[in-house]
Write a protein that binds this ligand. Structure first.
Ligand SMILES: Cc1cc2nc3c(=O)[nH]c(=O)nc-3n(C[C@H](O)[C@H](O)[C@H](O)COP(=O)(O)OP(=O)(O)OC[C@H]3O[C@@H](n4cnc5c(N)ncnc54)[C@H](O)[C@@H]3O)c2cc1C
Length: 383
């Protein structure tokens, strides 16, 4: 068992560190002004980093998921909004690269270049954790499919050129006949409304999507939902299982960023005539943060190594995401505490980090739903 990063992986870490340094000074701007980090997008695009984990045959960078997330983790230490755009761009792209056909090639190539964004439109108002209860549907009409329904919490939906829409391909319930279709945002009948301002991650917007008799060509189908089969729903889950580790990695990046900030504070702030870092109570608090982050990071890297070896494990991905996101939340909270009043005010990044890191316990599968996955994997089928 070798825990050292390869030379290539170390290079990605170094690139991530350099970018984090570049992005740090304006991280609070996107938060305070609720503005998309367009400058960072352009910079990442210029460097060819928006499709880094997509296959080279589509113009992607051909990096492994581990390499991609090492970069994402470093960027998250400074600016989680920017990290999320790298992350999401690669999730949609990996789905299209794995399951799409020739008709999706142009979209994928533009996505890999960072020219467009493609969202994942899965969650519905009445189908959150219970995704099987979705009602958005498609019906065949000659050479076209007609899409009707609505989605919610759609990240980057205000900017996207297209959406990967999960829908029912027949009049069914449960996972039966659910599939996926690419719907361009400018097709007649597609509309959206902005969701209210959220707690953190203000550089990214979510929208409610509506599909009202939207006609798309038959070749837009990414995975056709077949009556009597749950494959259309289950097959892309492999990619989710892989990429949800990315949610954990971003949370860990934020936690490490918070720790770096707290360490600097403990080294420089004096109370009772001593540096705060001299108090054992605070040293132990910091040590607990480090133990939490180091442990969760190993789980994440292990899950990613499995993905890169072609053995994605729902169990290990779920363990990694839960440990990382729950642990990171606690770590950021403790780091904020180490700053005292200074941590609670917006002058220090801790206040923003606390709000940003909270999101990761919900998106990409909630802690409770992933614990269900872990529990079921341990207990097995009881019927
Ligand atoms: C900022 C943000 C961005 C998002 N971006 C996207 C996106 O781009 N695309 C997309 O499709 N979705 C997106 N989502 C949706 C996200 O995946 C859902 O919010 C999540 O799956 C939970 O669904 P819900 O919010 O409807 O909660 P609910 O399903 O209503 O759950 C509420 C609570 O009950 C718990 N719960 C539910 N069922 C069970 C159970 N069986 N056992 C134990 N506990 C249970 C949940 O864990 C949660 O704590 C986003 C969400 C957020 C907050």
């Amino acid at each position: 068992m070798d825990f050292t990063l390869t030379d290539r992986e170390r290079e990605w870490v170094e690139r991530g560190k350099a970018l984090a340094k570049e992005f740090a000074p304006r991280a609070s701007v996107w938060d305070e002004e609720s503005r998309y980090p367009a400058e960072n997008h352009e910079r990442l695009q210029e460097l060819g980093l928006l499709g880094i984990a997509l296959p080279t045959e589509f113009g992607g960078g051909g990096a492994s998921l581990t390499e991609c997330y090492l970069l994402v983790e470093e960027i998250s230490k400074a600016c989680a909004n920017t990290a999320l755009l790298v992350h999401d761009q690669n999730v949609s792209g990996r789905i299209l690269a794995t399951h799409g056909g020739p008709a999706h090639r142009e979209t994928l190539e533009r996505l890999a270049k960072g020219e467009i964004e493609v969202t994942i439109a899965m969650t519905e108002p009445e189908a959150g954790s219970a995704l099987y209860e979705m009602t958005t549907n498609v019906r065949r009409d000659g050479d076209e499919w007609v899409v009707n329904g609505g989605k919610t919490y759609n990240s980057f939906g205000d900017r996207a050129a297209a959406h990967l829409v999960y829908a029912r391909f027949a009049d069914t319930t449960g996972p039966d006949a659910i599939g996926m279709i690419l719907v361009e945002a400018d097709r007649p009948g597609v509309s959206f409304t902005m969701m209210p301002r959220k707690m953190g991650m203000h550089g990214v917007e979510e929208v409610n999507l509506k599909f009202d008799n939207v006609r798309v060509p038959a070749e837009n189908v990414v995975i056709e939902g077949i009556k009597g089969s749950s494959a259309g729903f289950v097959r892309p889950l492999d990619i989710y299982n892989a990429t949800r580790v990315g949610m954990g990695v971003m949370a860990l990046g934020i936690a490490q960023g918070a720790m770096d900030y707290a360490i600097e504070h403990l080294r420089t702030r004096r109370q009772f005539g001593r540096f705060l870092g001299e108090f054992q109570g605070l040293q132990w608090m910091l040590a607990d943060c480090a133990i939490q982050v180091e442990g969760a990071r190993l789980l994440c890297y292990r899950a990613l190594a499995e993905v890169d070896a072609g053995r994605t494990s729902a169990y290990h991905s779920a363990c990694a995401k839960v440990a990382a996101t729950e642990g990171a939340f606690k770590v950021v909270d403790d780091c904020l505490q180490m700053l005292g009043g200074a941590g609670y005010f917006s002058g220090a990044p801790l206040e923003r980090m606390m709000r940003d890191v909270r999101m990761f316990k919900i998106t990409g599968g909630t802690t409770q739903i992933l614990k269900n996955t872990i529990g079921k994997a341990l207990i097995g089928s009881l019927r």
